[in-house]
Design a protein around this ligand. Structure first.
Ligand code: NAD
Ligand code: ZN
Length: 346
């Protein structure tokens, strides 16, 4: 695949993945991706961008988290077999994190692996889900229990897709942007404080710069730790609680991790000397971007889901806590202490 200058590059020991910025995805496919292509998207994106899919074989799935299941994966694979997709094909996913997660998984297992190009269409997928090659589907209520790490040939940023993204999904995506700011980038936090979501929605150039900054943050972390043995864990800030909330309540990923981040920040206040003034700033920023900072949670249900977390070891769990805004750390917490802490913060 040709290189263009407009790329942020993920360098891994076994491959190099270009994150190509600001290009029409259809143009990119026509000019840069050789061989057969099978497109993959959800009904919402297909409806809004129908003309872009013309001339390509396309698999369309129902939108939403409930599609991230093994049953759906089996149905997609059956459709690919029916369409005689073979090893020469590239699977091209155009969608939010649900679509890019399923596509990554399917591409990695179909005939033991076919080509993959990701075209994230939501803010959340652009700054997070489509970066780094991790994918997964849910098993019952348990999030991302099955999946692989599989790098795409390229990730394409076509910002024109954002014109049809609903405001609620802009909010969800900003939850991951705030996450990046909290764990790695105090300056980004300050930028977010001095802007509003409406500023970004109205100014696509401003959004591009913001997205690219976030792509660079995540790529740097992934490049140093592809398999999540070290720093990549920081990207789970708010997610252990967030996933436990998602398992029990019908809340969007962005909203669930916002509540999860506030819970993790409260624990940081209890055991890491994270200043309460910083916690207040964090709460205000979430509210400024239309994200929830609390949810009526049943302690028992959350506790049971936490015990099912795939990152739990026998007696303890790693949590991502903050020492200050802009500095996340990995902190093991014993299950005994965690239970006490939950009593305190909920
Ligand atoms: P999503 O894919 O469900 O998209 C949200 C909604 O926006 C959907 O209804 C979708 O149809 C719609 N949409 C997306 N782009 C659109 C567009 N351009 N125009 C109109 N509508 C559009 O969810 P998401 O919030 O993008 O991603 C959440 C998922 O990502 C979760 O399943 C989460 O587990 C996963 N995720 C994965 C990783 C990873 O590293 N693999 C990281 C973060 C999140
Ligand atoms: Zn997330």
């Amino acid at each position: 695949m040709d290189k263009t200058s407009n790329e942020i590059v993920l360098n891994l020991p076994h491959c190099v993945v270009p994150y190509v910025q600001d290009i029409s995805w259809r143009q990119y496919l026509n000019e840069k991706v050789e061989g057969n292509k099978i497109l993959f998207t959800d009904e919402n994106i297909f409806r809004h961008h129908k003309e872009s899919f013309e001339g390509f074989a396309t698999i369309v799935i129902p939108p939403g988290e409930s599609s991230k299941s093994q049953e759906r994966v089996d149905a997609i694979i059956a459709e690919m077999l029916e369409k005689e997709v073979d090893k020469t094909y590239t699977l091209v996913a155009i969608g939010g994190g649900v679509v890019t997660d399923i596509a990554g998984y399917v591409a990695s297992i179909y005939k033991r692996g076919i080509g993959l190009v990701q075209v994230p269409s939501s803010i959340l997928a652009m700054v997070d889900a489509a970066i780094g090659g991790k994918n997964g589907v849910n098993v019952g209520q348990y999030k991302n229990m099955v999946g692989t790490t599989y790098q795409p040939a390229a990730v394409i940023y076509d910002f024109s897709l954002l014109k049809t993204l609903p405001i609620a999904e802009w909010r969800n995506g900003f939850a991951e942007i705030i996450k990046h700011a909290c764990i790695k980038d105090k300056e980004l936090f300050d930028e977010l404080v001095s802007n509003e979501l409406a500023d970004y929605m109205a100014d696509i150039e401003k959004t591009k710069i913001l997205v690219q900054r976030n792509v660079a943050i995540k790529i740097k972390v992934v490049a140093e730790d592809e398999l999540e043995t070290g720093d990549r864990k920081l990207l789970n800030f708010g997610h252990t609680f967030g996933h436990a909330i998602e398992a029990n309540y019908d809340l969007a990923h962005g909203a669930a991790i916002s509540v999860g981040m506030i819970m993790a920040a409260r624990i940081s206040e209890e055991i890491m000397d994270f200043y309460s003034t910083e916690l207040d700033k964090l709460r205000l920023l979430f509210l400024q971007y239309g994200l929830p900072i609390a949810y009526k949670i049943d302690k028992e249900k959350i506790w049971n889901s936490l015990l099912m977390d795939k990152k739990r070891s026998k007696d303890s769990m790693n949590f991502i806590l903050l020492t200050t805004i802009g500095n996340g750390v990995v902190q093991p917490i014993s299950l005994v202490q965690l239970k006490d802490l939950l009593e305190q913060i909920l």
